[in-house]
Ligand binder design. Structure first.
Ligand code: ARG
Length: 468
């Protein structure tokens, strides 16, 4: 261990302070530092440094002994951070310099050699990619689980009929399972988008150094291999300035949250007294401090609200990048809070929704009553007449009259007697009642993608078996 470590980080406590003649004020230090909001990058920073050091020793830029010391030092620092014993210093600006300073304290000159052929610019770009890759993998698992929970619910409730809506007006009866599986489709597309985003995140920028590459004979492929990156970047200027992968993630997160928000909106409506279609487990609801009868769907309401902040994160990232000249600019440091917020919000929301959706219970009677109230089988009556030979436009008119009649008598279509039907059109026979039931209507829709119970079961099973 060398004694020659004192002056590198003290004086004004900065790694780069030797050429500066006046200290920074506390406010400017706080303004320019990122250490207090980016500590989650620390394990990834260490992982990246370990790979860089191994490669430096492989190509003979540092000795094997230095590498072994760096390894020991960094592992000890990782331990200290995990145990909460590491002292983070504002004076040291960011996670990279905090860790490097501690390494130099622990192992001396070998620690100072770690930064050879590297800059914080390519270092931070690497750290964010490593962290985001890990986050994406977690979200992929969460989205898969959410789809499984939706498919299980669809199987459990495949034969529960609810009104399907257009314009929020009762339209045609659908299986509740079918409705749930519509969301499984959306989350399936989110899953694809995440996988695609991972491809562009999983490319190694390290080796770009500050902006122009480096004169050391670095083996970038080797570092990529150690860190499990799929490939390496091929333009150093782009490598240190690109944040597209982070913007893409925020965009995928925004779309996924938009889907969550639509589902939330429905859950909130369905829990209202006017609908009374579902119950959510108590642990996802809260009461009112003044109205003792209340049970409010806070979790879906908050998810709907938090969707807005994820959109905000996406906007922040886009605006952050739009006016930056090449290559690295300190503006880039502002990428972290937005990206972390989007990731945290998505991860927490998905985690909560998996549990909440699996505990959802339906009120089958209210659902089918609502479907009947809205004459949701009117199209089936028209189709019946068309199949008997009546042109569709004429059938449409017969049904419109039947609905008017029912409204006047406060009846459902299936409550009309055969005699009443015959008065409307003589082609109608007693088999009409098979078509006017909710189940009859739902199960007649057997084309691929339709709402028949059979289709719902097949689609849900395809999701559960991993086929889709
Ligand atoms: N904390 C910085 C960031 O997050 C690290 C890179 C700083 N580079 C520099 N040249 N000042 O972007």
């Amino acid at each position: 261990m060398s004694n020659n470590t004192e002056n590198q980080f003290d004086n004004k406590n900065k790694a780069w302070s030797a050429r500066f003649s006046e200290p920074m004020s506390e406010l400017v230090k706080r303004y320019t530092a990122s250490v207090f909001f980016e500590q989650r990058l620390a394990p990834f920073d260490i992982e990246g440094s370990l790979a860089h050091a191994e490669m430096l020793s492989n190509v003979g830029v540092i000795s094997e002994e230095d590498f072994i010391n760096i390894q020991k030092g960094l592992n000890q620092i990782l331990e200290e951070i995990r145990e909460g014993k590491f002292t983070w210093s504002l004076d040291l600006e960011d996670v990279h310099l905090n860790i490097e300073k501690r390494l130099v304290d622990l192992i001396g000159d070998a620690g100072k050699r770690l930064h050879t052929g590297r800059s914080r610019n390519d270092q931070v770009a690497t750290d964010i990619r490593l962290w985001l890759r890990c986050e994406i993998d977690t979200d992929i698992d969460l989205l898969k689980n959410l789809r499984i929970v939706l498919a299980q619910l669809a199987i459990k409730y495949h034969d529960i009929v609810m009104p399907g809506f257009t314009h929020l007006q009762v339209a045609q009866p659908v299986s509740f399972g079918h409705h749930m599986l519509a969301y499984a489709e959306m989350f399936g597309r989110d899953l694809e988008r995440l996988r695609d985003c991972r491809k562009r995140a999983n490319i190694l920028p390290l080796g770009a150094a500050a902006l122009a590459g480096t004169s050391y004979p670095l083996d970038r492929e080797k570092v990529a291999e150690i860190l499990n990156f799929d490939s390496i970047t091929t333009n150093s200027l782009d490598s240190v300035s690109d944040r597209d992968f982070a913007i893409e993630f925020c965009s995928v997160a925004s779309i996924a949250m938009m889907h969550i928000s639509r589902l939330s909106e429905e859950l909130v409506l369905w829990m209202s007294q006017q609908f009374s279609f579902i119950k959510l487990p108590d642990r996802f609801c809260t009461g009112s401090s003044i109205m003792p009868q209340k049970k409010n769907p806070d979790v879906p309401e908050l998810a709907r609200g938090k969707t807005g902040r994820v959109y905000g994160d996406l906007m922040s990232m886009l605006v952050l990048m739009k006016s930056q000249p090449l290559a690295y600019n300190k503006d880039n440091q502002e990428d972290k809070e937005a990206l972390f917020d989007a990731a945290d919000t998505l991860r927490d929301t998905l985690t909560i929704f998996i549990e909440m959706i699996s505990g959802l219970e339906v009120n089958a009677l209210n659902m089918s009553n609502a479907a009947k109230k809205g004459f949701s089988t009117a199209t089936d009556l028209a189709d019946y007449l068309v199949k008997k030979g009546l042109p569709f436009r004429d059938a449409h008119e017969v049904v419109a009259k039947a609905v008017k009649e029912c409204e006047a008598q406060s009846k459902d279509l299936s409550d009309l007697s055969l005699e009443e039907f015959k008065k409307m059109n003589t082609m109608i026979d007693s088999d009409i009642y098979d078509f006017l039931t909710l189940e009859g209507s739902v199960n007649s829709r057997k084309t691929i993608g339709g709402t028949s119970f059979e289709n719902v079961l097949a689609q849900a099973n395809a999701i559960l078996s991993g086929e889709r």
